[in-house]
Design a protein around this ligand. Sequence first.
Ligand code: MG
Length: 450
Amino acid sequence: MRTLRLVTTLAVAGLLAGGAAAVAATPASAATAVFSVTNNWGNGYQGQVTVTNDTSAPISSWRVEFDLPSSSTITQSWNAQQTTSGSHYTFANVSWNGNLAAGASTSFGFLVNGTGTPLNCTVNGTGCAGGPPPTTPPPTTPPPTTPPPTTGTPVERHGQLRVCGTTMCDKSGARVQLRGISSMWLNWETAPYAENLSALRWMRDNWNLQVIRAAMGVEPAGAYLSDPAKARAQVETIINNAVTAGVYVIVDWHAHEAQNNQSQAVAFFGDLARRYGNLPNVIWEPYNEPLQVSWTTVIKPYHQAVVSAIRAADPDNIIVLGTPTWSQDVDVAAASPVTGTNLMYTLHFYSCTHGSSLRAKGDAAIRAGLALFVTEWGASNADGGLDGRACLPEAQSWIDWMKANGISWTAWKLDVGTDTTNLLSPGAPVTGGWTNYLHGHAPFVVANMR
Ligand code: MG
């Protein structure tokens, strides 16, 4: 993450001192808004405004307004409702981020065509005060010369990815939310669905799949530690297919106690980074789901070792880091992030088990500045749906939350079986063409990929 916090605390004067009476026509106000530039290029930039409730009581809504020089226009925004009148921009909260407890913050973002930064600011109708007008730093990345194409493969469209603020941006600086599926534990696949190039192209063209996750089992008998040549060959087949098909691929060290085999993980990721780290397709995921062990003394040191091995050969591809309690405690990771660039953090959910309290952990992590990636989810119980039950309304709440926050995802899992999360039904050909073979939560997953 490269956050260049330029300017400025635009504090609303007087509210804490009872000055709210002067703005009696407006509700109790969020008291500060901070503008920052999170990315910039020759003729544009990505901006962010953080709204903080500095009052001593909760608030239920906020509204930020500012003007831009006429040479600059906002082309896209997220996490707020934007209305525009000439050069005057108004951003109101959306349904999920209007309520702010005392002291709490939320952010919204926008893309600007042009280099002009806000000339003024109000929060809930009261003039922001304090600090000089923002300025734009010298460009650090080349300007986009053409708008991103809408045709071509996902990797042709988006190219090299990077973390921007708390989400992911593509080669043009535009925010991108990748959606796709995870393989089964590769050591337990009933057929080599994930290794099939025809199937991958079919999912790309029929499901709008943009990313596939290669879940390379590590610890069970027959997985990487006991048969590394087989597991590595499966992963490299999936990487090479992804390059041919122009989709992104997550290389997942699918382990629950990876700290016990750190040297093998360091060697594996170091070697693959040397041979594949130059490709825009590859995303590294060094630790699927840690158990309930310490972030600071067990998981974080492991991540730092693997991140160092990857970065020795690949300076830039995104690395997604597993978090405690089967990749749920992203708030714990947020309190002590790993050092490095283009790092994201893993959040997994299963909607019959996990609901708003886990999303609150995600919200807390995002507020603290983390970028999240949901590398597994299911509309099922946390066991993957052994009982066959699906919980679609809660899964829809998760889908909406991921979309609102620009969180990329891969759904669990590409295989035939009776679990809710088995995407395919018996007889599904290994080469794709699965219109009549969708199983369990698959229709919901596919509908939300498109
Ligand atoms: Mg690279």
